[in-house]
Design a protein around this ligand. Structure first.
Ligand code: SAM
Length: 220
């Protein structure tokens, strides 16, 4: 990591501008999202927290199809436009779902030990290593002792087409990070010292590699 990362204020402005096109990325995010859902046991979750909820697409998917009727969802994002969009989209779930604008730095809103899933999809690839660690500390604070961290990120290439694509992606990110939404490929495992990795795998869709990780906080 290190170089052209957007600070959260810049990320907010970028997603205010491009965020409404985020759902078009389902073509490469779909298999990774499906893998996360297969490994995160959302059926037994009672309260889900999402960092960088974007358009609210994952929230709708979870609330409609995977969470128990009593389970609740809380999303936060640095983009005002994304928060407005997700809030409108989630209105039909009433008080089961809420979305809040944040400044992107710790502390995240929410009481300690009140969420049993902390999810974040395609967000950690935007962050500096230092901010990523600080936000993971927040995830640890928000999660219950048996809670689960559930992450998806753009990751390093595993196939020849994905090597070519990631080389071009990294180049674009270095020249102008906003052109790729501030995201670049990372290895989530490098960030997860002090977490017990339960599951990890990589999907490749349309040459875009995505890493999926579920992990639990290690005691101490
Ligand atoms: C690539 S988009 C992914 C959106 C959504 N999670 C998805 O998978 O479609 C990244 C999102 O993270 C938000 N974001 C970036 N940095 C953030 C931060 N430090 N805290 C909260 N949200 C952040 C952006 O505004 C944007 O909505």
């Amino acid at each position: 990591m290190g170089g052209a990362e957007l600070i959260p204020e810049q990320a907010g402005r970028v997603y205010d501008r491009i965020g409404r096109f985020q759902d078009w990325q389902r073509f490469y995010e779909g298999p990774a999202t499906a893998s996360l859902i297969a490994h995160a046991d959302f059926e037994h979750a009672q309260s889900v927290y999402e960092l960088g909820c974007g358009t609210g697409a994952m929230a709708v998917n979870l609330l409609d199809q995977h969470l128990a009727p009593s389970a609740t969802y809380t999303g936060v994002d640095v983009s005002n436009k994304m928060v407005q969009h997700a809030t409108r989209r989630l209105a039909r779930f009433g008080n089961r779902a809420s979305v809040q604008l944040v400044n992107g730095y710790p502390p995240l809103p929410g009481n300690a030990a009140t969420f049993d899933r902390f999810i974040s999809l395609y967000v950690f690839g935007l962050l500096t290593e230092s901010l990523a660690h600080d936000l993971l500390d927040q995830a640890r604070r928000l999660l219950t002792s048996n809670g689960r961290l559930c992450l998806v990120s753009l990751t390093h290439p595993t196939t020849r087409p994905s090597r070519a694509l990631c080389a071009a992606w990294n180049q674009a990110w270095r020249l102008s990070p906003a052109t790729v939404g501030g995201c670049r490929p990372i290895d989530l495992i490098d960030l997860l010292d002090g977490w017990h990795i339960e599951h990890t795998d990589t999907t490749v869709a349309w040459a875009v590699p995505s890493q999926i990780v579920t992990a639990t906080p290690q005691a101490g």
